[in-house]
Design a protein around this ligand. Sequence first.
Ligand code: ZN
Length: 106
Amino acid sequence: MAIVKKREVEIMAQLNGEELERHIKTKLPATKEQFDSLFDYLEMKIDSQGCDHTSRFTMQYMMQKMMNFPKVSGWLSQQGGYCDCKILEEIAVPWRKIFDSRDEKK
Ligand SMILES: [Zn+2]
């Protein structure tokens, strides 16, 4: 059986609030706010234009916002986000779950 490396979103889901904050600061290539707005942007674009199975919207967004393009796209593909719809499906969905469930507990 192949050993599957745990994905970042799975690791993050198990951290407590303080650990999660530290993890984002030290391990992720952008801030939580940057990822939140990237995912919102992607969702809007995919809804209206669909995915052509490249990361074109992600790239557009990162260029507009001057995000660290090589680092962020490297991180996204490590998480299974090979194109815009996969980024939404594989990363944005569990990502939102992590933060939504925490907000509810407050
Ligand atoms: Zn796609």
